[in-house]
Write a protein that binds this ligand. Structure first.
Ligand SMILES: [Zn+2]
Length: 338
């Protein structure tokens, strides 16, 4: 019995030993698994953070993409708008060019169908072959624009002629005269119904402006320009034949009258564009040896002032030199129509 008891004890002890070893082994395995699990968890959380960062990055990239798409669209719109503006401008330029050409053709037609009658030989200064002379003339001043014109003429060292009326700024004839330009007489009132009602009425008006100018600069000008030019037809309304009478009487009284052979067109509209004025003068002076240019320096003619530098530069390039009118110059007389 004792033997069996010992054997059973040994067996029991062995069992306990085996179980203990097994238990210790399992505990170690569990411990290791836990460590692995912790590591895995920490890696997962690391991946999660990385993923979140990537997502943030993605969203910022996609918002940048969206922004650049918007910019692209904006620039495309802007570009198409500019192109439209440009097309419109080009069309406008073409239209103006065509209108200018039509006007030039019309003017040429009128010139050939109505040749201007030239002045008496006594008023003509012979021009040397190949020499081109230009007389810039300004009517209906003085005004504030006159002072600006005087500045430009001074800058280019050019002399010109001013046919004045009895304006509020008549005192500026002093500036014109002292700068070496010609002061000519246009009219005191520039009132067609009054001055063209009779020859007396015309000469009374002329005397009025003559006296006024003399009181300021001390001399009586002998160069004049008829309001509307000698070819005007508006005078018919007030007296038939008045221009035929006046063009005969004026030289008898010691005056020299001047028309023109180049029109700036600055009186065609209240304020014509400066390019219209410039183009009229430069086109009108082409293929001529002498040019007498009609312009205006009344208060509204701001674009004439604006056009003047390019007119002077353009005419100079054509070979013109500039002179002020005098009683020795060609009168550029038009054909009288009344
Ligand atoms: Zn006038």
């Amino acid at each position: 019995m004792k033997f069996f008891k010992s054997v059973s004890n040994i067996l029991f002890m062995s069992l306990v030993l085996i179980l203990t070893v097994a238990l210790v082994g399992s505990a170690a395995a569990i411990q290791k698994r836990n460590t692995d699990l912790d590591e895995a968890n920490s890696r997962i959380s690391q991946y999660k953070t990385e993923l979140e960062n990537k997502e943030k990055e993605n969203s910022s990239i996609s918002s940048q993409l969206e922004e650049s798409e918007n910019l692209k669209k904006k620039y495309a719109d802007e570009n198409s708008r500019l192109k439209k503006d440009n097309d419109e401008l080009e069309a406008e330029v073409e239209k103006q060019k065509a209108a200018a050409e039509a006007a030039a053709a019309q003017a040429k037609k009128q010139n050939t169908s109505q040749p201007a009658k030239d002045s008496a030989p006594v008023q003509t200064v012979p021009v040397k072959t190949g020499e081109k002379v230009c007389y810039l003339t300004f009517d209906d001043g003085p005004s504030e624009n006159t002072l600006k014109i005087l500045e430009i003429l001074k800058k280019y060292n050019v002399k010109a002629t001013f046919f004045v009326i009895n304006s509020k700024q008549i005192g500026y004839v002093k500036n014109i005269y002292e700068a070496g330009h010609t002061v000519g007489l246009h009219s005191a009132t520039h009132n067609y119904s009054k001055i063209y009602s009779s020859t007396d009425a015309y000469f009374n008006d002329l005397e009025e402006i003559s006296d006024k100018v003399e009181s300021i600069i001390g001399i009586k000008p002998n160069v004049i320009r008829f309001p509307g030019g000698s070819s005007n037809t508006v005078s018919k309304k007030y007296r038939t034949g008045i221009m035929s009478e006046l063009t005969k009487l004026v030289p008898e009284k010691g005056y020299y009258y001047f028309d023109w052979n180049v029109e700036s067109g600055d009186a065609n509209k209240n304020t014509a564009s400066y390019t219209y004025i410039r183009n009229n003068v430069l086109n009108g002076a082409k293929n001529k040896n002498t040019a007498c240019v009609l312009m205006h320096d009344s208060a509204a003619k701001t674009t004439t002032v604006q056009a003047l530098p390019e007119i002077i530069e353009g005419l100079s390039k054509m070979g013109y030199r500039f002179e002020a009118l005098s009683d020795k110059a060609n009168g550029y007389h038009h054909r009288v129509n009344n």
